[in-house]
Design a protein around this ligand. Structure first.
Ligand SMILES: [Zn+2]
Ligand SMILES: [Zn+2]
Length: 356
């Protein structure tokens, strides 16, 4: 075992975060931890790590303590490894490469719910972007502000999509789907029989976003364990800015949404469950969402999760927003083979069918 210097590792992480222009508070966490450890007498860092007392020091949190423990064990800390893996790569190039690898989009809306355009328009725009498929995921019944589809309307939509598909260029298809509400008890807001019939089921929390941590975690875990759920949509529910002009959506209630903080849940438990149940974590590309934040993308990556880089487009032009999600994915080192919408439609549908 080669001993590593945990303080040097923390400082290296801080340096790489600064260079990547990460938020100041994240950098400070590593700089403060390095300083706190540097002030200790020789041997105390190892002793505290052994007895689990690192976090009792002011300036040392769970993440930095984990880095120190890994470092003392002679391993390159996972956090550092991720940063080093993306170091020196041309991020613009990596993002563009991931965007090129995408064959479709798994989260889009039409004017059947709160989108602004007919299904046909969305599909034609997706064809022009070079997609091989687009999944139509209009809202579920309880989201009345977004004109969520009742079971009957969804059945009608499935017939309509079948007819539209007949008229579309060969090699392209609309896949059926839904953005189903994850209800307060974690159940999904649509008939089982319909969820089973759909090609792709995206599940999102749109209500009770301020549920306490334990409740929100239970709610999300129940949804993830549901075999119909394929993709966990915009998992924190945060809004980092107002919606772009002309876009309405759930939670809007007739006016422009303001910023909204992240929902509180046990991210490690949620991502471990996603990995276990083979549910993909959405990287939502909408500029006002940017959800999940990068630190959570990194944790989902470590947990072994699959991803879907989606636009959540409510209008044809928004289908081109995938590049925003790709930029964030590239910054976190998400490899293309972990992103389900780099797959061909047949493989995607085989995956979702095998799960549900
Ligand atoms: Zn949503
Ligand atoms: Zn949506």
């Amino acid at each position: 075992m080669t001993a590593r210097d945990p303080i040097a590792d923390l400082r290296r992480i801080a340096f790489l975060l600064e260079r990547a222009n990460e938020a100041t508070y994240r950098v400070r966490a590593f700089r403060s931890a390095a300083k706190a450890l540097g002030a200790l007498p020789a041997g105390e860092v190892a002793e505290r790590a052994r007895t689990g007392k690192l976090t009792e020091l002011s300036g040392v949190g769970d993440v930095t303590a984990r880095c120190v423990a890994e470092s003392l064990a002679g391993e390159e800390p996972v956090y550092l490894r991720r940063l080093v893996a993306t170091e020196g790569t041309d991020l613009d190039e990596a993002a563009a490469k991931l965007r090129d690898a995408l064959r479709g989009d798994c989260h889009t809306h039409s004017d059947w719910s709160d989108g602004g355009s007919p299904i046909e328009e969305m599909a034609l725009a997706a064809v022009e972007l070079g997609h091989e498929y687009v999944v139509l995921t209009d809202h579920s019944p309880r989201l009345t502000v977004a004109r969520g589809l009742t079971a009957d309307r969804l059945r009608k939509q499935l017939d309509h999509v079948a007819a539209v598909n007949e008229a579309l260029p060969k090699g392209f298809r609309i896949l059926t789907g839904i953005e189903v509400d994850i209800l307060a008890d974690g159940s999904l807001d649509q008939d089982e029989e319909l969820l089973a019939r759909l090609d792709v089921v995206v599940g999102s929390v749109h209500s009770g976003l301020n549920d306490d941590r334990a409740k929100m975690t239970r709610r999300m875990l129940a949804a993830i364990a549901n075999p119909h759920l394929d993709i966990l949509g915009h998992c924190t529910g945060r809004m980092v800015s107002s919606r772009p002009a002309g876009v309405t959506g759930p939670g809007d209630r007739g006016h422009r949404a303001r910023t909204r903080k992240e929902s509180d849940f046990d991210a490690d438990a949620v991502f471990a469950a996603c990995a276990e149940h083979d549910v993909a974590v959405e990287i939502n590309s909408r500029p006002e969402r940017q959800d999940p934040p990068k630190r959570l993308i990194r944790r989902a990556l470590e947990a072994g999760c699959k991803f879907a880089v989606n636009t959540d487009a409510h209008a044809p032009g928004q289908l081109d927003w995938q590049r925003f999600g790709c930029e964030r994915a590239a910054l976190c080192g998400v490899p293309a083979n972990r992103v389900v919408n780099t797959w061909k439609a047949d493989r995607l549908v085989k995956w979702t069918a095998g799960r549900g």
